[in-house]
Design a protein around this ligand. Structure first.
Ligand code: SF4
Length: 65
């Protein structure tokens, strides 16, 4: 799995950070998403998929490898 963020779409809701803080951070000033781990380990894939599916602005794109 590889993660690509389209950060121009992010509205800073924090949902991805709440769900998977190992992978998605949040900028303290702007609230925009930060990508902490673009290639997360397999045990986080389900959580990352859920974060992507529940992002209200389709900011998180996943590439399976
Ligand atoms: S869930 Fe989507 S809109 Fe919300 S902070 Fe994460 S990337 Fe941004």
């Amino acid at each position: 799995m590889k993660i690509i963020l389209h950060t121009e779409n992010c509205m800073g809701c924090g949902a991805c950070n709440d769900r998977t803080p190992e992978v998605f951070g949040q900028d303290e000033l702007t609230n925009m998403v930060l990508l902490l781990d673009p290639t997360p380990p397999p045990d986080l894939h389900d959580s990352v998929r859920a974060a992507a599916a529940n992002c209200p602005t389709a900011t998180i794109e996943l590439l399976d490898e």
